[in-house]
Design a protein around this ligand. Structure first.
Ligand SMILES: [Ca+2]
Ligand SMILES: [Cu+2]
Length: 376
């Protein structure tokens, strides 16, 4: 249980020597690990090309529940080749999305949109569920946290008032007391009139609880990517290879200088109602923007490498046995997919299909939601 309670105001001068040493060691570990992986990926390049998606021919076994669409499943090439030479960490995508490997998934139903505030409200009314962001963290869970940090809340993005180095995400992320799904960016905010916006400030166990109540489950990372590709093979985006075909905005992302000002050229500075942009080939909305979405898999930087080492087509992969992110080795992270309204080409172009996000399981943010799937 290591929900994020960090505070942004600590400057580097205030950091203790041990803390600095710990950071340096982590950096060394990350850099050497990434370098080795990059080298290995480079060697694989010849064999890592995308091959055609082969959707199953089986029809949907019965009628879809409301708001869900049938995803036929099939065999496809999974991962992203965005040169593969960058760091696994932000800014750019990403070593963790390679090598490209062959995967087979069974057919399933998927929510056409992320779960909305309106839908989540029904769940809370029916069950009395209290989300993690609404619960006060205890000293038992966080023995080293100062008492004043033990307050209920969530992680919130705030634009900076000037250019900042993109290597320090504490410049634009902070833990905000009272931020939760009803108040996504803090106590002064609310969701009135936003029933059809994606629900935010959702931790993994919250998403799981909702899914269980709805008789559904969270998608595996492979299911999410198969669905996102919408029947296409090896395209850069879920709609094709051009970011703006005929000048059309295809997903809710960030325009302008990050993280200073989102100019909202795509129609939305910040979050958008679901279905504000065109669906993909399977009729799914918001698969490459608006909000990140939880997947069921643990996050491991090298997971695709372990799969490729085994060889052959991987059938219905469910992620590694345990999580490991060398950038933050003590955090238990699961995969995020889809990209958010904050994604941009300067920092994290994760609207590129096949790229991967990740997050500590008990941490909700104001750019993270989820959707559910169901097997026949
Ligand atoms: Ca936007
Ligand atoms: Cu992003």
């Amino acid at each position: 249980m290591t929900r994020r309670l960090w505070k942004p105001q600590k400057t580097s001068q205030q950091r203790s020597k041990t803390e600095v040493r710990r950071i340096i060691f982590t950096l060394i570990a990350v850099v050497s690990f990434s370098a080795a992986l990059a080298q290995w990926l480079h060697a694989q390049e010849g064999s890592s090309a995308f091959e055609p998606t082969l959707p199953n021919k089986t029809r949907a076994p019965g009628k879809a529940s409301e708001g869900m669409v049938w995803i036929p499943g099939g065999e496809f090439s999974m991962g992203a080749s965005t040169n593969g030479h960058g760091m696994d960490e932000m800014p750019m995508a990403s070593n963790d999305a390679g090598p490209i490997h062959r995967v087979r998934v069974d057919g399933f139903w998927m929510d056409a949109t992320p779960v909305t505030n309106g839908q989540f409200e029904k769940f809370v009314k029916a069950t009395g569920y209290v989300t993690i962001a609404e619960r006060t963290p205890t000293q038992e869970e966080f023995p080293t946290a100062p008492a004043e940090n033990l307050v209920a809340g969530g992680v919130v993005f705030a634009p900076t008032d000037r250019d900042v180095p993109l290597t320090d995400h504490y410049q634009w992320w902070s833990y905000v007391k009272g931020a939760n799904w009803r108040h996504p960016i803090g106590p002064q905010s609310d969701i009135k009139g936003k029933e059809n916006y994606p629900v935010l400030q959702i931790a993994y166990p919250d998403a799981e609880a909702y899914a269980k109540w709805a008789g559904k489950r969270l998608p595996t990372e492979a299911e999410f990517e198969f669905a996102a590709r919408g029947g296409l093979s090896g395209k850069t985006y879920v709609w094709g290879d051009e970011f703006r075909p005929n000048g059309k905005w295809m997903a809710n992302t960030w325009q302008g200088k990050f993280p200073v000002k989102d100019t909202g050229d795509d129609g939305y500075a910040g979050i958008a109602p679901v279905k504000s942009f065109s669906p993909n080939g399977y009729g799914l909305y918001d698969m490459a923007g608006n909000v990140w979405e939880w997947c069921a898999d643990w996050y491991r930087l090298d997971y695709y490498k372990t799969l490729t080492d085994k060889g052959g087509v991987v059938s219905n992969p469910k992620g590694p046995e345990s999580p490991f992110d060398p950038a933050e080795p003590n955090e238990k992270k699961r995969v995020h997919r889809g990209g958010s309204f904050l994604c941009n080409e300067q920092y994290c172009s994760r609207y590129i299909v096949g790229t991967r996000g990740k997050g500590e399981v008990n941490t909700g943010t104001n750019h993270l939601g989820f959707r559910c799937v169901k097997s026949p």
